[in-house]
Ligand binder design. Sequence first.
Ligand code: HEC
Ligand code: HEC
Ligand code: HEC
Ligand code: HEC
Ligand code: HEC
Length: 189
Amino acid sequence: MNKYLLDHTLKIRVPIILFVILVTFIVTFYASRAERDGIGYTPDQPIQFSHQLHAGQMEIDCQYCHTGVAKGRQALVPSVNICMNCHTIARKDKPEIIKLTKYYEDGTPIPWKRIHQVPEYAYFNHSVHINRGVECVSCHGDIARMEKVGQVKGFTMTACLDCHRNPHENLPYLEKVNKGPENCFACHR
Ligand code: HEC
Ligand code: HEC
Ligand code: HEC
Ligand code: HEC
Ligand code: HEC
């Protein structure tokens, strides 16, 4: 390589390449941020299901649909059968309900996008919280007012520990409440 070319490479091409790498990194960093720390993540769902309508206005109990919350780890998102308890009749000529009925008749599960999630190496269990009186709103915000569900609270280790260390501050509506575990093995088994 002659001197001119080497100079050109060092003075112009290298900085340009570095610049492009840096910009790409920054753009992906911010673009994927919502999915990484979760807060603010409010994806469009395959059916425009409204919690504000069903859980808010119609006051359907959360556990009518999320049948797992008091029994085990997962809250569970309802299968289309539960929707069809009402929607074989209610609003069955509306476009969203026609879509819903198609999933039901085809026997395909609705591909709802998962919103709240902790990594696999961390252990979370709904029932231990629900059965001690911790309300959904303390971790998920006021879902019954959401037209479209989004994550409003962080589920980082710091967030879990903050409530476990200061349960009275975080759960003012519970008269009697124990501290949650802080030992690593409780959440990393
Ligand atoms: C009629 C059934 C129904 C009722 C009642 C209901 N939900 Fe849901 N819920 C769903 C469906 C379907 C989804 C998935 C689609 C979506 O995110 O909107 C969902 C999603 C959620 C999610 C997000 C799940 C994820 O992927 O992270 C939370 C949190 C939630 N519901 C909490 C509640 C709470 C709290 C209540 C009571 C105030 C409630 N739901 C009442 C059907 C219901
Ligand atoms: C307990 C009965 C009941 C259940 C269970 C129920 N719905 Fe509904 N849903 C209704 C009623 C009633 C309306 C109409 C309310 C109104 O507009 O005043 C409605 C409205 C809707 C609409 C709006 C339709 C439109 O365009 O007007 C959608 C979409 C919907 N429901 C989806 C679902 C899905 C998905 C599920 C299951 C996760 C579900 N519903 C479960 C009773 C129910
Ligand atoms: C102590 C905090 C906490 C409380 C209280 C809580 N959740 Fe959750 N919820 C979580 C966490 C953390 C996740 C993610 C769990 C995972 O990735 O396994 C989650 C996930 C979910 C999901 C996604 C799907 C699933 O099966 O886990 C739904 C639906 C849900 N919660 C509904 C509810 C409802 C309804 C209530 C109230 C009856 C409730 N949650 C109370 C922390 C909480
Ligand atoms: C809003 C408060 C709150 C938040 C947020 C919270 N917890 Fe808890 N957690 C509690 C309380 C209260 C207990 C029960 C203490 C008792 O009575 O023993 C508990 C108990 C537990 C237990 C012990 C279960 C058992 O078998 O006894 C585990 C594990 C746990 N939490 C994991 C988590 C994880 C993981 C997160 C974060 C994703 C989390 N918690 C977020 C309040 C909270
Ligand atoms: C109350 C539940 C809880 C306890 C107790 C807990 N962790 Fe975690 N930990 C989590 C959750 C949830 C995550 C995943 C979310 C995140 O990345 O912050 C996590 C993530 C981590 C990570 C991944 C690093 C990171 O920040 O992404 C490490 C390492 C870790 N924990 C170590 C520990 C050690 C060591 C202890 C004991 C001193 C401990 N944890 C106690 C819930 C807990």
